[in-house]
Design a protein around this ligand. Structure first.
Ligand SMILES: Cc1cc2nc3c(=O)[nH]c(=O)nc-3n(C[C@H](O)[C@H](O)[C@H](O)COP(=O)(O)OP(=O)(O)OC[C@H]3O[C@@H](n4cnc5c(N)ncnc54)[C@H](O)[C@@H]3O)c2cc1C
Length: 405
């Protein structure tokens, strides 16, 4: 395998770099200690500050000119039609530059699903607004009693003429408070086997009867929510696919960017940042100089970030040969999310007592408390998007061919 860019890939990489250099608004650039957040531009979208709203809108429009709001979508739908390796390069450069990359649910999940299963009207109504950032989507799948076993979902939709009437509750709705629309799996036939009585619905989040209540995470941040439905009326025309066949629609939410290159780049970047800090301004605030076991850990994390990079390349090479990664995606998710936690853990340990300071602006904190915050934030990494136990189950059965437990 040739690890180097071909001439075309090198040219594309340069194109992305020049774009970043010239076009990323100052507001979304990070200093060397910055904390990127995929939510930045979405927060800005609904900010009270008109300037923030303007910058957010212009940034999405700038990306849109190149089809880079949805680089993985086909060109006919407003994407850039990038090949897997080009997507990889694009994502890699954006992550290296720490450019916030928002729009996750609409671009990564709903858009590709509508392209495959949506009616012409649904495509025309929703796809352009995803690309302009006019409408942001949230995902209503999980429920208090349905997470890993998603098919146990109970939120009930009862048909009443041309409408469904929905009652129930979703949980962990990421970005629900920024979103304009929600896609959800609901139960339309409680008698059917659990995968068969499920329907996929689209709803305007302002529909009467929908209430979004904040869940504040252990980092004291508001990213996800509980979503309640009380006699919510949704037109039958908002159904994607057939009634009771929504499970199969819902499972189409193909994540085209499955390589987790973002995780590989971020892990290496944070470790490199720690090493640089220990050699410079942070010489007195890290234990890398005098504790061999900490140095050893840092070296291990660096090596693991290289391993993660290679897992990412493997996924890309599978996609490039026209195949869909299966258990390999689970390996990448498992290794990447655990690495994220380990990097944060090592960083806190390396900063010793300074690693306990939470306040980013406290001059005594190390690296603006980046590792401390990452330590707390990264707890969810091994839960979101399928827990580590579920990934291990997939690797055991599909990858290793072990019997089901
Ligand atoms: C940051 C974050 C954002 C999220 N965003 C969204 C969102 O936007 N929309 C949405 O719908 N959901 C979202 N989720 C929910 C996420 O999909 C679920 O948390 C996840 O699927 C796990 O489900 P659960 O929390 O109900 O845990 P459970 O399924 O109850 O699991 C509890 C424990 O049991 C283990 N376990 C369960 N089943 C098995 C098994 N078969 N074998 C071995 N171990 C098992 C799990 O690994 C876990 O340790 C988000 C979660 C997080 C943390």
């Amino acid at each position: 395998m040739d690890w180097n860019d071909s001439a075309e890939q090198q040219a594309f990489r340069q194109q992305v770099r020049s774009f970043i250099e010239a076009k990323v608004p100052e507001r979304y650039r990070r200093d060397t200690n910055g904390h990127p957040s995929a939510f930045d531009w979405m927060e800005d979208r609904k900010s009270d500050d008109p300037e923030a709203r303007r910058i957010s809108k212009e940034w999405v429009a700038t990306l849109g000119e190149k089809g880079w709001v949805a680089p993985q979508w086909p060109k006919e739908y407003g994407g850039a039609g990038l090949s897997p390796i080009e997507q990889f390069i694009y994502k890699m450069e954006m992550t290296l530059a720490e450019v916030p990359q928002g729009l996750p649910a609409g671009v990564a999940m709903l858009g590709p699903t509508l392209i495959i299963h949506g009616t012409e009207e649904q495509k025309q109504q929703h796809i352009p607004k995803i690309l302009t950032g006019e409408v942001v989507w949230a995902q209503g799948y999980s429920e208090p009693e349905a997470g890993s076993d998603l098919a146990a979902l109970k939120t009930r939709a009862t048909r009443d003429g041309d409408e469904y009437v929905i009652n129930g509750q979703k949980i962990w709705t990421s970005g629900g408070h920024y979103a304009d629309w929600l896609f959800a799996l609901v139960r339309t036939d409680p008698e059917a086997p659990k995968h068969r009585g499920v329907t996929f619905l689209l709803m305007d989040i302002t529909t009467p009867g929908i209430s979004i209540r904040p869940l504040v995470n252990m980092a004291d941040e508001h990213h996800f929510n509980e979503t309640f439905f009380e006699n919510v009326r949704v037109p039958v025309s908002n159904r994607v696919g057939e009634e009771n066949r929504g499970w199969y629609v819902g499972m189409t939410l193909l994540d085209f960017e499955r390589s987790n290159i973002t995780g590989a780049i971020a892990a290496k970047r944070e470790i490199t940042r720690l090493i640089d800090f220990s050699k410079g301004a942070g010489a007195g605030k890290t234990r890398l100089h005098d504790v061999a076991s900490v140095r050893d850990e840092v070296a291990s994390r660096y090596i693991e970030s290289e391993v993660m990079y290679n897992f990412s390349l493997r996924i890309i090479s599978i996609q490039s040969s026209g195949m869909v990664p299966n258990y390999e995606a689970s390996v990448s998710k498992l290794f990447g999310s655990e690495l994220t936690q380990k990097v944060a853990n090592t960083g806190v340990k390396a900063c010793g007592l300074y690693g306990n300071l939470w306040d980013e602006d406290d001059e005594r904190s190390a690296m603006r408390a980046g590792f401390t915050r990452a330590y707390v934030r990264s707890v969810s990494a091994t839960i979101a998007g399928g827990t580590s136990e579920i990934q291990r189950g997939v690797i055991a059965t599909r990858g290793l061919g072990l019997p089901r437990g």
